[in-house]
Design a protein. Structure first.
Length: 187
């Protein structure tokens, strides 16, 4: 019986004259150019269907992300807001990816205008890496949706939590209902 060499073959033996360094660099560049745009979305149809709007009807407004439209955001109203990636050009089907849902003031009055202004502050973005990535990667397709709401603070927080729990936006990490949070922690 012939004796087999137990030494595994080297890449050069298997791949002939292929330049693995060049191939690896090209592969890494291709992966990086696509991977930086990758996000996971969880679409729970049951939670979304449970939002019927009857208890808190919302009237949404939308502007492109940028300071040029900041005067369209009310300076005297609180409310709920969302950042959504969408391209409104009419030759594309209507679409949108909800990236973030928030409220204008967590513990005290804060207008939607003031809250929107925060997203143009370097210091705000430096301390929030998911939001920074959202703005850096998708600013040209990012829209700011806002719904002025006249509700007591506790109801406003509860509304925000229901919306976040239903959509689980990839840039939100807090304010998810406990039952859903527990299920998410399982995997």
């Amino acid at each position: 019986m012939p004796v087999m060499d137990a030494t595994p073959p080297t890449p050069a033996q298997d791949l002939g004259s292929l330049d693995l360094v060049v191939l690896a660099h090209e592969n890494d560049a291709a992966v990086a150019s696509i991977k930086k745009y990758e996000l996971e979305f969880i679409l729970n149809t049951q939670k979304i269907s449970d939002l019927d709007g009857s208890e808190n009807p919302l009237t949404w407004n939308s502007i492109g992300f940028g300071k040029q439209e900041i005067d369209k955001v009310p300076a005297d109203k609180e409310g709920i807001y969302a950042f959504v990636i969408s391209d409104p050009r009419t030759f594309l089907p209507p679409h949108g990816y909800i990236m973030y849902i928030g409220l204008s003031g967590r513990d005290s009055f804060r207008s939607l205008h003031d809250r929107y202004s925060d997203y143009f502050k370097q210091s705000e973005l430096q301390r929030r890496p998911r939001i920074k990535r959202m703005i850096v990667q998708w600013h040209s397709l990012l829209r700011f949706h806002f719904a002025p709401v006249d509700l007591p603070r506790a109801e406003l927080k509860a509304l925000e939590k229901r919306l976040i729990t239903a959509f689980l936006p990839p840039c939100c990490r807090g304010d998810i209902e406990a039952g859903t949070r527990k299920m998410m922690d399982a995997f």
